[in-house]
Design a protein around this ligand. Structure first.
Ligand code: SAM
Length: 180
């Protein structure tokens, strides 16, 4: 929810947005709301089950016309969108709640997809990343993503990593990349 709050403040309405991990569709719905009448959304997931849930969520909210849902890895998002075209890209790592935990995002593909996403982002565009750790998620992906963010060129990107400071048991880490 913090990722959504920040995107709401930072990102213009009626734009083009990418949900890199549609899962059950909460973020896709949020992006479709932001898209209003003139914007549009691309959503990716490797699980058809997730895309079905997302589609149902959009239909319930009468927003299915605003999104194109694609059953493909987010590593391939560059095949579906132009470089420098996206106002916002949203990653919500981990596994599909209620689904197969083995089909969670993986460090190697997540890093490759962030790299692809940064090419697609407009100047001034924002990428949000919700990073999970502990439990079935382990710590490998969290550590790999945080290291990747730390190394991004400060001349090209502003990187903000937030913390739920008083929350116990490995709370999610909301992070943001703004393309200068
Ligand atoms: N944003 C979602 C929501 O609002 O409900 C939650 C996303 S869920 C935590 C993570 C999703 O990432 C899962 O549905 C999983 O199938 C998907 N995923 C895993 N690897 C992926 C990949 N390489 N490309 C795209 N999606 C992937």
């Amino acid at each position: 929810s913090w990722c959504q709050e920040l995107l709401r403040i930072q990102v213009p309405e009626n734009g083009f947005y990418i949900d890199a991990t549609t899962g059950n569709g909460h973020d896709t719905l949020f992006l479709c709301e932001l898209a209003k009448e003139r914007g549009h959304v691309l959503g990716f997931d490797i699980q058809q089950q997730a895309l079905n849930h997302t589609r149902e969520m959009l239909v319930r909210n009468h927003m299915e016309d605003r999104a194109r849902l694609i059953c493909d890895s987010h590593v391939n998002m560059g095949k579906y969108a132009e470089e420098g075209s996206a106002d916002a890209i949203c990653f919500n790592f981990g596994y599909l709640p209620g689904g197969d935990h083995a089909l969670a995002t993986k460090p190697e593909t997540s890093l490759a997809a962030i790299g692809e996403g940064l090419k697609l982002l407009k100047k001034g565009g924002v990428m949000s990343l919700c990073i999970y750790s502990g439990g079935d998620s382990g710590f490998e992906e969290r550590d790999a993503v945080l290291l990747f963010l730390k190394d991004l060129d400060e001349k090209k990107y502003i990187v903000i990593v937030n913390q739920y400071y008083n929350r116990k048991n490995n709370p999610p880490i909301p992070a943001f990349i703004i393309k200068k």
